[in-house]
Design a protein around this ligand. Sequence first.
Ligand SMILES: Cc1cc2nc3c(=O)[nH]c(=O)nc-3n(C[C@H](O)[C@H](O)[C@H](O)COP(=O)(O)O)c2cc1C
Length: 184
Amino acid sequence: MELDVCIKGRRSVRAYTDEPVSKAQIETVLESGTWAPTGMHREPWKFIVIEDKKLIKYVSDETKLLVQQMMPPLAKQFTTEADIVCYNAPTLILVCTEKDPQWENINLLDSVLAAQNMFLKAYELGLGTCYMGFVNFLSHKPDALKKIGVPENCTMAVPFILGHPKTKQGSGKRSKPNILKWIK
Ligand SMILES: Cc1cc2nc3c(=O)[nH]c(=O)nc-3n(C[C@H](O)[C@H](O)[C@H](O)COP(=O)(O)O)c2cc1C
């Protein structure tokens, strides 16, 4: 796939079929993440792959409760039974890094760059992804982190879902680059 087609064609997917993603495809996606730029070549990322439907539902349910408590303007929206967090995706991937105050910022940036690589690779493979910002609320709940396999010495940096999209990914829209200055 041409790079430009991949960059502009990828969309956040919020409806998935029940078909599981193959192990080989998950491994290919993870491997693509590891080719991202990484500060001081530390490659701090560690991955947790969750395919257990009950555990993914647990993540969605706990996240909904935390959003209700911590973001009052969204509380009503997050009382629904529907899975408006992980969208019934068959796979949830957590990009984690070891806790280290000195490297906290770099570790987060590395994880985000790795995630974008994975989003693009997944799209090339015909798969869908969506960054799960709300799932980060679980970082406030050590019990939940333990249950989903995040070790105590690690931070969950980027959670995202992966699966076979139910429908073709639509076209996106972006504003023109906002160039503040171009100094020659
Ligand atoms: C940091 C970050 C957090 C996000 N969190 C969520 C989320 O919790 N739930 C969700 O449905 N989409 C989430 N998204 C996806 C954005 O809504 C999406 O990227 C944006 O609307 C642009 O659409 P596109 O990805 O299809 O181009 C998140 C994206 C980013 C970058």
